[in-house]
Design a protein around this ligand. Structure first.
Ligand SMILES: [Ca+2]
Ligand SMILES: [Ca+2]
Ligand SMILES: [Ca+2]
Ligand SMILES: [Ca+2]
Length: 253
C-alpha cells in the first residue's frame, strides 16, 4: 500500500513537472516573441525616421550644390565619384549628417542605409552641368536652374524609359506585379534608399530579399525591393524612392 501510493505520487509529480515545463515554455516563447516584435517595431520606426532625415539632407544638398552626392562605396561616409558606382551607402559626411557612430547604434547609423542614385548618360544627377546654355562666368552658369532643367529633360516626352543599369525598384507582389529584378523593372528613381531594420530571414545580412544583392561597395545589383512591398517572415526592410518629379517639386524656386 505504501509502495503503491509512493509510486502513484511519483508518477503524478512527473506529469505535473512535465505540464509545468510545457506551460513555462509557452510563456517564455510568447514573451520572447513579444519582445522581438516590440524591438522590431521600435527599430522600424527609428530606421524610418533616419531615412527621412537622409532624404531631406539629399534634397538640401541638391539645393546647395546643384547635384546629388555619389554613393559612398568605401564606408567612410565620404562620397566616391571616381568610379561609376550607382549604389553604396549614404555618404553621411558629405551630407553633413552626424557620423555613423553618433547615430543610433542599434541601426548601425547611416552605414546601414543603402543609397542608389541615378547617374545615367545625359542625366547624371551627381554631376554639376550646364543645361540652359549659359557661358562660364554667367551668373546662371551651373546653378539650381540647371539641375531643374536636367530633371525636366529626363521627364520630357523623349525620356529614357527604364534604364536597367541605374537604380530601380521591382514589383511589390501585389499592385506593381512580381518581385522579379530581371522580369519586372518598375521604376528608376532620382535616388533610392533602403533601410535594413533587422535580418528577418536570418542569412547574416540585415537586408532581406532582393536588397541583399545591393552591396555597400557598389559592385552588386542595382535592383531594390518595392517601397510598397509588405513585411513578412523573411523580409522587413524599408525602401524610399524619390522620383525625378518628386525631387523637382521639392527643390525651391
Ligand atoms: Ca567613401
Ligand atoms: Ca545655366
Ligand atoms: Ca531586414
Ligand atoms: Ca537578410
Amino acid at each position: 500500500m505504501k509502495n503503491r501510493r509512493s509510486g502513484k505520487q511519483m508518477g503524478f509529480s512527473l506529469v505535473e513537472v512535465a505540464v509545468a515545463l510545457v506551460i513555462l515554455g509557452v510563456i517564455f516563447g510568447a514573451t520572447v516573441q513579444v519582445y522581438h516584435s516590440v524591438n522590431e517595431s521600435k527599430l522600424r520606426s527609428q530606421t524610418q525616421t533616419e531615412m527621412e532625415k537622409v532624404a531631406k539632407a539629399l534634397v538640401g544638398f541638391a539645393e546647395q550644390y546643384y547635384r546629388l552626392p555619389c554613393p559612398d562605396t568605401t564606408q567612410d561616409g565620404v562620397e566616391n565619384c571616381g568610379g561609376t558606382a550607382v549604389t553604396g551607402t549614404v555618404p553621411f559626411h558629405t551630407l553633413g549628417l552626424f557620423t555613423s557612430s553618433q547615430a543610433s547604434d542599434v541601426i548601425k547609423g547611416h552605414q546601414n542605409i543603402l543609397y542608389g542614385v541615378y547617374r545615367g548618360t545625359g542625366e547624371d544627377l551627381t554631376e554639376l552641368t550646364e543645361e540652359t546654355g549659359d557661358a562660364p562666368g554667367d551668373q546662371n552658369y551651373q546653378t539650381l536652374g540647371d539641375l531643374k532643367q536636367k530633371l525636366m529633360d529626363y521627364l520630357g516626352s523623349s525620356g529614357p524609359g527604364l534604364v536597367s543599369s541605374q537604380p530601380y525598384v521591382t514589383g511589390d507582389q501585389r499592385n506593381t506585379g512580381d518581385e522579379d529584378c530581371s522580369g519586372n523593372r518598375v521604376a528608376n528613381g532620382a535616388f533610392i534608399l533602403a533601410g535594413a531594420v533587422t535580418d528577418a530571414n536570418g542569412d547574416g545580412n540585415d537586408f532581406d530579399g532582393v536588397n541583399e544583392g545591393v552591396t555597400p561597395d557598389g559592385g552588386g545589383s542595382v535592383c531594390f525591393a518595392s517601397p510598397t512591398r509588405q513585411s513578412d517572415a523573411d523580409y522587413n526592410d524599408l525602401v524610399r524612392l524619390m522620383s525625378f518629379s518628386e525631387l523637382l517639386g521639392q527643390l525651391s524656386n
